[in-house]
Design a binder for this molecule. Structure first.
Ligand SMILES: [Zn+2]
Length: 319
């Protein structure tokens, strides 16, 4: 589709060089990062039913980079190492979240006390306790588990940075209120999204305006072949069938490229038929956006869109 050669950076859609894409390519293809990888069921951590910042805190604990006093001293920062919540043990993640008498009292007031206490007896570091819990308790309880850890961390920070004592009951209440507020927001967002989807699904085909015809295009990607199918249907201003066509292309390509090929095929066919002013209708938002805006795009998709635009503007059709 590209008619003239030009120098492009193939790792970016717009063909321009970026440090971000070069860094990603080097870190995944050129540098050996295996020594940075840590074993564990990390997918369970990211599936926790809790806000992202809570999951990020758990990730930091599991990667041993939560800035407890012991960890800070390991990194050369001069500071006391004793736990500010009990003052009789060094503050590392395992102690702070699972062994400190403050934390044990907090866990004992939750519905996951038994699982947490058992895991902290059997395991020897915070990451192992967290992974054990994530494998043992259900989805709702993983959210409670994570949010209580976050609230204990806040309790510790209140003491270290503001010299403020937070009662254990407040630690639990703050955690549960935050989790409930977040769940309410998520449920509102989800129901709004479902409503919008339902609205979209119920959108009915409309006739073109008087004096115009309408061309509908759809593209199929059957799973058992290496082909993509393109269906084109043309109707007149009364909604009556005019012409239809099916085409098959090989090999199978990405969905947005297939949609673009479908549009290009329809434009060429309508041009050959010389049917007059045409409205085109297709269900790919990316295609419609790309056809309307002037973004640089040197990918195969961008080249097809350029081709479509060239044909399209010749006939002054309305999208
Ligand atoms: Zn302590």
């Amino acid at each position: 589709m590209i008619t003239e050669d030009r120098r492009i950076w193939c790792l970016e859609r717009n063909g321009d060089y970026s440090v971000k894409s070069a860094y990603k390519f080097c870190s995944t293809n050129l540098a050996d990062t295996s020594h940075l990888q840590a074993n564990g069921p990390w997918h369970l951590l990211w599936r926790i039913c809790a806000p992202p910042k809570i999951k990020n805190l758990l990730w930091r604990i599991c990667r041993h980079c939560c800035p407890t006093r012991v960890r800070l001293q390991d990194k050369g920062i001069e500071c006391p190492t004793d736990c500010v919540l009990c003052e009789d043990h060094d503050e590392d993640s395992f102690h702070l979240f699972f062994k400190c008498r403050n934390s044990l009292n907090i866990w004992n007031q939750t519905n996951i006390a038994q699982a947490v206490l058992q895991a902290s007896e059997e395991q020897s570091d915070a990451a192992a306790v967290i992974f054990t819990l994530l494998q043992q308790v259900d989805k709702d309880k993983t959210g409670i588990f994570a949010i209580i850890i976050w609230s204990i961390w806040n309790q510790r920070n209140d003491k270290v940075w503001r010299n403020k004592d937070t009662p254990q009951q407040t630690v639990i209440l703050r955690a549960m209120n935050f989790l409930n507020d977040w769940k309410n927001i998520i449920s509102v967002q989800t129901s709004t999204s479902v409503d919008m989807q339902a609205e979209t699904t119920l959108t009915k085909w409309k006739k073109p305006s008087p004096g115009r015809i309408k061309c509908n295009i759809d593209v199929a990607f059957p799973s058992n072949t290496n082909l993509i199918g393109i269906g084109i249907c043309i109707r007149d201003e009364t909604g009556a069938f005019v012409r239809a066509k099916t085409e098959w292309f090989e090999p199978k390509c990405e969905v947005h490229v297939g949609e673009a090929l479908g549009f290009l095929s329809a434009l060429r066919w309508v041009h050959e038929l010389n049917l007059g002013p045409v409205d085109f209708e297709l269900d790919s938002k990316l295609m419609v956006d790309s056809s309307r805006y002037h973004r640089k795009d040197f990918t195969e998709f961008g080249a097809i869109i350029q081709h479509c635009k060239a044909i399209f503007f010749l006939f002054l059709c309305k999208l």
